[in-house]
Every structure is written in structure tokens, then in C-alpha cells.
Design a binder for this molecule. Structure first.
Ligand SMILES: Cc1cc2nc3c(=O)[nH]c(=O)nc-3n(C[C@H](O)[C@H](O)[C@H](O)COP(=O)(O)OP(=O)(O)OC[C@H]3O[C@@H](n4cnc5c(N)ncnc54)[C@H](O)[C@@H]3O)c2cc1C
Length: 548
């Protein structure tokens, strides 16, 4: 029996939470919109949720114990429960509302590739009715149903493979700027080990504290500093994957002209081909200097144009995050410290001087990393690109930096107050960024009603376009799960219609699966199915995810 220091019904650490009342202005804004908030303080208890009976026999459990060691086979209630959901809004609502959840029949914690290979071979037994489905599990932070225990309907049971015992940095080579790292390592442990040698991977998704290298690679994710370090796919030099057919490994070469890239086919495969056990990753020396700056723009469009010019002028920001007017407004309301009368007066004079209307202003956070000279030079260049913007200095951006992993706790607090909230992300070319933004705002508003709030920020920028990240807030209806499904479906359709990609960094999982044909065309889905047939002919790995 394992005990867990994380929430199965919410984000992150059991002892951390977000108190809405600590930011009174933000709280007032919510009450103005949604009426008096009544927070549901009742937390679900593990034993109040019923799970289906374990479908594995004692002989199965013994055989699995012989592979991974008896103490690494868990089929207790708590372990099954903690592996029954990911961290999407729907998952969190279900964890609190439902009395019964689907769950894996058991959870294994393998320590070696050899063990994983034996497990897969055991589960892919030759007789159809005795096969067992397998779900790879990193940190379980998937927001698209990626770790849900969905069994192949012909199989007799399902087990989850928790990979967190594969948590070592195996080698570091400063000469080649690479490190060989096991896939189950969590973000903070990985950075700590690299930082000890004065290196960083530079990959910091908002879920950093509770997600793994393998999960980042499997979902083709992005971090908050990916505008500078690249998305995870840019940083993978080589991947090693255990499949039921054996181990596959891509070459550890910087580039090759040998047909379509096998590595690229494994990155983003979301556990449907095999289990990623390790990867050779590009690493970077810790920077000499990091500096942030904040600006206010007179409009979202003006801010977007400045971001485009930042890339066009060959600047290389660590982060360039532009909020639209509503997000800016809410961001300012989240400030916990009080603003004096004189500060307010001075601020409104500055806005007037810069001809910025408070209702239209948009907040840009920009940061640079490198040598002191290069940071200074790039900051000066940004200043030239943003002559109409009001520079707010370094403080607001530093505040963001220090609280950047806390925001996910806000979602729990909102859901507890019966405010439905979720996020959507996409990427599109500079030519369509603004029009896509406008359409998604209009279409989301239609679905969430006039009382709802929808806002957006540009989170990653490229020479050719940008990633847009939307958030909405609306009152719970009677059936919030149905409400959520309808909003998500409509917004996804709108994003695709307006030229955006189905996902810039969250992946496919179950929730995006049925849109994959629209994203890539039917031939792509056929190719994926054929690849799965080669690498996972018994179809045991992550059934119903990505393709069906
Ligand atoms: C609050 C919050 C913030 C987030 N912020 C970001 C963000 O900034 N950027 C971003 O990209 N994503 C973000 N996400 C989404 C999620 O954290 C990412 O998809 C992350 O990469 C998942 O990593 P994980 O280790 O938790 O994987 P899991 O959730 O455990 O798994 C994700 C998928 O990958 C498969 N998988 C996991 N490990 C392996 C492996 N070793 N081999 C094969 N398959 C595997 C699983 O089967 C599943 O299909 C966020 C999610 C939340 C809840």
C-alpha cells in the first residue's frame, strides 16, 4: 500500500492550494461577474470512490511480481485510484463528482528496460482473450485523457506502468552538450542534477514539478522558455523505446539524410508504440544573466506586431508572453499588495501620456538570457521595437517568474467555487494570429454565455507565427461535464476552421483523437495505424489514444 502526497482530485501537492480571497480585487471581479461565490470545502476521500474489481488473477500478479519484484506490483485501492485519471478539467470534476471511476487492475513500477520488455511480452500473450492492455504513466499530468485506463475491448485486463523509478541522469557530455537521461525523471530532479554540473535542459512546462521527461517527449510538449531553448522535439538527439517486439533506438547523430526521421515518429507517439525509457537530450550551460522586462501595449494587435518584429529582427527571447486586454485586466487584479492613491494617479498619467486606453491595454512579459552584454543589447533592441508601449520595468515580470508554477492551483479554487474553467492552445501563422484570436473569442463566448469570460495570451513565438493560449471561465451548469464537452468541441472546430493546429503542445490523447484526420488528412492516420501494427502488433499499448 502506497501513501500519496499529491491530490488525485486536483493539481499537485496535497499541502498547497490557492486562496481566492488573498487577491481581493480578483475575487471582487469574479463576484461581479458570477454572483456571490460559495466554495465547496468538502474534499473527496479515497475510500468514497468505488473502483471495479481487479480482473487479474493471483497467478497473473505472481508472474508480474516475478518480473518486477513483488513489492513493485500494486493493486491497492489508493494506487489504482491515483492512476485512474490525468489532470484535465474534466478529470478533476469527475474525481470530485463521481462515486465510481474506471481504474487500472494493477500498477507496476519497473526499474529496468529488461523488466519493461518482459512485462510487454507477458501482456502481448499470443491468445487474444488473455492479452492485457498497458498504459505508460509519467507524471500523470496529461490534459487530454492520455493516461486514462481505457482497455482494448478484446483484452481481459489493463495495467499501468508508472515509470518514475527510471529517474537517473546516466551520462553527461559537456563536449557534445548532451546528456543521456532516463524517461521517468521528474522536472525538478532532472534540473537539480543538471544544475549541479552547471547545465540546464531549459524545459519548463507549467506542469514542470509533476511531469516527466518521458511524458514531455511522448506528448511533444513545450516549456515556458521554449521560444529560446526550442520545444522538446528540438532538444531530443535520440530516443530509446521498449516495444513488445524489442528495443528500438534512434541514432545519436546531430542530423542525418536517411529518409523520414524515425526519431520524429517516436517523439509525440503518446505511448501507442512503446515505452520511452531514455533519451539523449541537448543540454545548455547555465546562463550568465537572465533579465525580464514588462510593457503595456495600446492594443493586442500592436503587441502581436511587436512580437513578429522581435523574431524578424533576429532577437532571441527566453520568453515573450503577450496578454490580451481581459487577461491583462485580471492579471493586474491578481496583485496581492495594495496600490496607493498616488501610485494609481501616476499610473493613469503615464497611460494618458502614452495614449493607452486602460480597457485596451495589453501586458507583454519579455525576457532574455545570455551574457550581460547580449542581454543588454537585446533589451535595447526590444525597446526600439516597442516605442509606443509603456515600459513597466522588471518587477511585474519577476513576480510572474516566482509564481509561475502556482497558477494551476487557481483552477482547483475556481472549480470549487463552481466556476468552470479550462484552457485551449493552438499555433498559427502571423497572417492569421489576430483573426483566429478574434474568431475563437467570439465562438467561445457564444458557448459560455455573455456572463462568461474568455481571454488569451501569445505564449510562444516563431519566425513564422505564434502559439495562442486561451482560457475561459463560466458558471457551472447542471451537468458541467456535458457543458465542458460542448465548449471544447465547438472551440476545437473553430480553431481548425481558422487555420490553427489542433494542438501546439498538449498532444492528442483521447480528446483530440477524432480531429486528427482533419489536422493531417486520412492518409496520416493510416500511416500511424500501420506503424502501430509493426511496433505493437498485439495492440496492447495505450488503446484508444491518438488513433482508434
Ligand atoms: C496545470 C498543467 C499545466 C501544463 N502545462 C504544460 C505546458 O506548459 N507545456 C506542455 O507541453 N504541457 C503542459 N501540460 C500538459 C502535460 O503536463 C504535458 O503533456 C506533459 O508533457 C505530460 O508529462 P507527464 O510526465 O505528466 O506524462 P503523462 O501525463 O503521464 O503521460 C502523457 C502521455 O504520454 C504517455 N507517456 C508518458 N510517459 C511515457 C513514456 N516514458 N513512454 C511512452 N509514453 C509515455 C502517456 O501514456 C500519455 O499518453 C500541462 C498540464 C497541466 C495539468
Amino acid at each position: 500500500m502506497k501513501s500519496y502526497l499529491r491530490k488525485f482530485w486536483g493539481w499537485g501537492d496535497l499541502h498547497q492550494s490557492w486562496n481566492l480571497r488573498e487577491a481581493p480585487k480578483f475575487y471582487e471581479a469574479l463576484e461581479e461577474r458570477f454572483g456571490a461565490l460559495h466554495t465547496d470545502q468538502k474534499l473527496p476521500k479515497e475510500d468514497e470512490i468505488e473502483l471495479p474489481a481487479v480482473r487479474l488473477t493471483s497467478e497473473d500478479l505472481q508472474s508480474l511480481g516475478a518480473i518486477v519484484g513483488e513489492k513493485n506490483v500494486y493493486h491497492d485501492h489508493a494506487t489504482r485510484l491515483y492512476h485512474s485519471l490525468g489532470k484535465s478539467t474534466v478529470d478533476l470534476i469527475q474525481a470530485k463528482a463521481l462515486k465510481r471511476l474506471e481504474a487500472p487492475d494493477c500498477v507496476l513500477f519497473p526499474k529496468t528496460e529488461a523488466e519493461i520488455l518482459k512485462i510487454l511480452q507477458f501482456c502481448a500473450s499470443s491468445c487474444e482473450s488473455s492479452k492485457i492492455s498497458v498504459v505508460p504513466f509519467g507524471g500523470g499530468s496529461s490534459v487530454l485523457g492520455g493516461v486514462h485506463p481505457r482497455k482494448n475491448e478484446n483484452h481481459r485486463a489493463l495495467l499501468t506502468l508508472n515509470l518514475q523509478c527510471l529517474n537517473q541522469v546516466l551520462e553527461m557530455n559537456p563536449r557534445t552538450h548532451t546528456a543521456r537521461i532516463q524517461a521517468g525523471i521528474l522536472g525538478p530532479d532532472l534540473e537539480k542534477k543538471l544544475n549541479e554540473k552547471k547545465y540546464t535542459l531549459g524545459h519548463f512546462p507549467q506542469s514542470f514539478e509533476f511531469s516527466t521527461l518521458g511524458g514531455w517527449i511522448a506528448t511533444r510538449g513545450s516549456g515556458q522558455f521554449s521560444t529560446f531553448y526550442g520545444n522538446i522535439s528540438d532538444q531530443v538527439v535520440s530516443v530509446r523505446m521498449v516495444t513488445s517486439q524489442g528495443i528500438v533506438e534512434t541514432r545519436k547523430v546531430p542530423a542525418s539524410s536517411t529518409g523520414p526521421s524515425f526519431k520524429e515518429m517516436l517523439v509525440g507517439s503518446e505511448g501507442i508504440f512503446g515505452v520511452i525509457t531514455e533519451a539523449v537530450m541537448q543540454i545548455h550551460p547555465l546562463p550568465q544573466k537572465t533579465q525580464y522586462q514588462s510593457y503595456l501595449f495600446p492594443s493586442f494587435e500592436a503587441g502581436i506586431e511587436a512580437l513578429r518584429q522581435i523574431k524578424e529582427n533576429d532577437l532571441d527571447p527566453l520568453i515573450a508572453r503577450l496578454s490580451d486586454p481581459l487577461e491583462t485586466h485580471l492579471f493586474l487584479k491578481m496583485k496581492k499588495s495594495k496600490t496607493s492613491f498616488f501610485q494609481k494617479k501616476f499610473f493613469s498619467l503615464l497611460l494618458k501620456f502614452k495614449k493607452i486606453e486602460p480597457s485596451k491595454m495589453c501586458y507583454l512579459l519579455v525576457g532574455f538570457q545570455g551574457t550581460s552584454e547580449s542581454v543588454r543589447a537585446q533589451m535595447r533592441s526590444v525597446q526600439k521595437i516597442c516605442p509606443k508601449a509603456l515600459c513597466l520595468g522588471q518587477k511585474p515580470a519577476q513576480n510572474w517568474f516566482h509564481s509561475r508554477f502556482q497558477l494551476p492551483y487557481l483552477r482547483d479554487a475556481l472549480l470549487d467555487s463552481k466556476i468552470l474553467t479550462d484552457t485551449f492552445e493552438t499555433a498559427t501563422s502571423w497572417d492569421t494570429v489576430f483573426s483566429l484570436y478574434q474568431h475563437v473569442l467570439v465562438e467561445t463566448q457564444k458557448k459560455i454565455g455573455s456572463n462568461g469570460m474568455v481571454f488569451c495570451h501569445v505564449s510562444h513565438i516563431y519566425l513564422t507565427g505564434a502559439c495562442l493560449y486561451f482560457t475561459f471561465l463560466t458558471k457551472f451548469k447542471e451537468d458541467p461535464l456535458k457543458q465542458m464537452k460542448e465548449i471544447k468541441h465547438h472551440v476545437t472546430e473553430t480553431i481548425l476552421k481558422q487555420g490553427g493546429t489542433l494542438s501546439h503542445h498538449h498532444g492528442i490523447g483521447i480528446d483530440h483523437r477524432d480531429f486528427l484526420k482533419e489536422e493531417h488528412g486520412p492518409e496520416f492516420v493510416k500511416v500511424l495505424k500501420n506503424m502501430k501494427q509493426s511496433l505493437d502488433p498485439e495492440s496492447i499499448l495505450n488503446p484508444q489514444k491518438v488513433i482508434q
